[in-house]
Design a protein around this ligand. Structure first.
Ligand code: TA6
Length: 294
């Protein structure tokens, strides 16, 4: 169902019979809400988010394409999150169990304007699925539609902002002992300790070659947010903490206490597509109403 969201921007609302829901703005194909059966919001959306293109919306799941962060010549995180997407008029085939799922298919095609800043033709199809248990799945299909024989290379992230009760009581499981690039230390390479990750200051790390499953444990809620990913080997973990939070106009000074970004990403090894080739990158978010054992 398409409704008017903030500032009259169109958004799609996906609802399941069990009361779970999700919302995605056509602007940026930006998921801004994912609620459980009790109607609790599981994603963080800043109370100061600015819904005014071309400013990206602060929170939810920004799409970082064709560039993650400043790893290239484009603006921070590329331009997919600053574009108006449309409904896909020729969506990929539906999955066999489609009748239990609520699906919306969006598409972004390179425009003449885009070609001036990134000279490659692409079609980016994004399928957003709300499963029968409230699982939220994002499947990206990016194809090189160029006819000039030129391959292109891109980096990518689903820049997911999770809502947490209290960042100082959050644990992340699945990234122990991995190498990571530390954005707070000139992106130098380090190795993570052997037990789960906890937070007491700014964290901005690109974990490399991570497992397909990462768990974010919210101690107060006795709830685990589970991320499963495919085609996205890396995982970015970010919390701006107090100083950086204050420096962002679209982020409340204290909001860092109630959010954590865990981002399924392809950064260390950017993806190259020859004309006609297609890449798929998927993440599925789900919740478990208990703290998973380490
Ligand atoms: O994903 C982490 C990060 O790259 C941080 O370095 C910080 O810049 C964050 O993204 C937010 O970026 P944005 O452009 O959305 O303000």
């Amino acid at each position: 169902e398409v409704v008017k969201g903030v500032n009259g921007l169109d958004k799609v609302v996906l609802r399941q019979v069990n009361g779970t829901s999700a919302e995605v703005y056509l602007y940026g194909a930006h998921v801004t809400s994912w609620k459980n059966e009790q109607g609790e919001e599981l994603l963080f959306l800043s109370s100061k988010a600015i819904f005014k293109p071309p400013k990206p919306i602060r929170g939810g799941i920004p799409i970082c394409f064709p560039q993650f962060s400043n790893l290239g010549s484009l603006d921070q995180h590329g331009f997919a999150r600053n574009r108006f997407w449309t409904f896909d008029d020729d969506p990929p085939p539906l999955p066999p169990d489609a009748n239990h799922k609520v699906i919306t298919d969006l598409i972004l095609r390179s425009t003449k304007e885009d070609l001036k800043i990134w000279p490659y033709s692409f079609e980016y199809r994004l399928r957003i699925t709300l499963g029968p248990g409230g699982e939220l799945m994002l499947t990206s299909r990016i194809r090189n539609t160029g006819t000039d024989g030129k391959p292109f290379t891109f980096s990518f992230a689903y820049h997911t902002y999770f809502s947490v009760s209290d960042i100082s009581e959050v644990r992340v499981e699945g990234l122990e002992t991995l190498d990571y690039l530390d954005n707070c230390q000139k992106r130098e390479r380090f190795t993570e300790q052997g037990d789960s990750i906890t937070f007491e200051s700014e964290v901005d790390r690109i974990y490399l070659s991570t497992p397909t499953k990462i768990a974010v444990m919210d101690h107060e809620k006795k709830r685990t947010l589970v991320m499963r990913k495919d085609g996205l080997p890396d995982a970015v973990v970010w919390n701006p903490w107090d100083k950086k939070a204050k420096a962002m106009v679209d982020f409340g000074d204290d909001e860092y206490k109630h959010m954590l970004c865990v981002e399924a990403a392809a950064v260390e090894k950017p993806i190259t597509l020859k004309p006609g080739e297609e890449w798929r990158g998927r993440q599925e978010l789900s919740t478990v109403n208990k703290l998973l054992d380490p």
